[in-house]
Ligand binder design. Sequence first.
Ligand code: UD1
Ligand code: UDP
Length: 370
Amino acid sequence: MTNKTVMMIFGTRPEAIKLAPVVLDMQRDGRGLSPLVCVTGQHRQMLDQVNEWFGITPDVDLNLMQADQGLPEFAGRALASLTHVLKERRPDAILVQGDTTTAMIGTLAAFYQRVPVGHVEAGLRTRDLHNPFPEEMNRRVTSVIASQHFAPTDQAAQALIAEQVDASRVFVVGNTVIDALRITLARRVDLGPDCGRANGRRLVLVTAHRRESFGPAFESICQGIRKIADRNQDLEFVYPVHLNPNVREPVARHLAGHPRIRLIEPLRYEQFVHLMSACYLILTDSGGIQEEATALGKPTLIMRNTTERPEAVSAGAAMLVGTDAERIADAAERLLNNCDMYRSMSHCACPFGDGHSAGRILDILAEHLN
Ligand code: UD1
Ligand code: UDP
């Protein structure tokens, strides 16, 4: 049996986290598949940190990130560079993950070179093309082109089939984010000075970075966080602030200097996982954190108007609270003052997987490619 080369293309922190279990599994027992890791460097520091934690050294690093990059400019650079790499390396298939510009452009570049695409975390939908922006478009385009769709849940698989994707090419495998979480929780972690220090108060972990919220909605999210802090003296907030300058400016303007809100640099993934485990409540607009928080039993308020992970809400682990400051603050207070509600939100079955998704993906890939 000749080995088939599978090029894994990724560029941001969440893709690196969710593809790491696949890369590691393929390196360990490729089932006749040879891994080739190609990073666009859509993110730099936040990507490198994850690869370092999982011990992954990219074979190709396009190093494309620029400060405050625009979507068209990054997409153009990525399409040209990835095309060059695909022509040079000629993989038998590529794998992309999720809904970033790297994932969508990697898919498009592979289509032009007639290389088959496997899509990890396929079928997530809000059905609003502009929300989240540009991710809903990115994942829909990826679904049109991909030839294998690795859906994390039944609901995601059904969404693909409803869009006329051939059902025999859709596989429900769980989400590899749970594999990454398990690997990380099983290892010893150096927690660093910013993890878990709550000064005897309840710890609230905050993240927010979505492009569709930039402007008034993001200002309102910041105001909501400040209101919760002002009204509840028994809370201590930790907010690792995303490196995007469009996030850092409003966050600093609204929240810096508050005595119980600590604004810190993005945490290393393994430290962030342990901080999630240690906190009382999570406020976020992140996709991946909705999944991890559900797995860890941490009640979560999703500061967005839509979610492509409705499973977290239907499981009872998360609430979709929008971006209005007063609504965010009200929802937090209801939860903080209601022990029964808190208990029920923290004891939900996790609908996102069992930690064995990477192995399933590789079994399917190996069967199809060999
Ligand atoms: C990207 C993804 C988004 C994902 C998010 C995860 C797109 C369009 N967006 O958004 O889906 O949820 O990553 O975090 O693909 N920066 C750094 N260093 C880093 C990372 C970012 O300095 O390691 C700064 C740079 O100024 C960069 C900016 O952040 O230009 C924006 O990065 P970009 O990847 O374009 O967008 P994100 O908002 O991070
Ligand atoms: N994360 C991290 N450090 C942080 C904040 C988040 O490692 O300071 C991890 C988190 O555990 C999750 C992922 O980053 O796995 C989520 O990334 P992000 O919210 O940037 O993107 P999204 O999931 O919304 O696409």
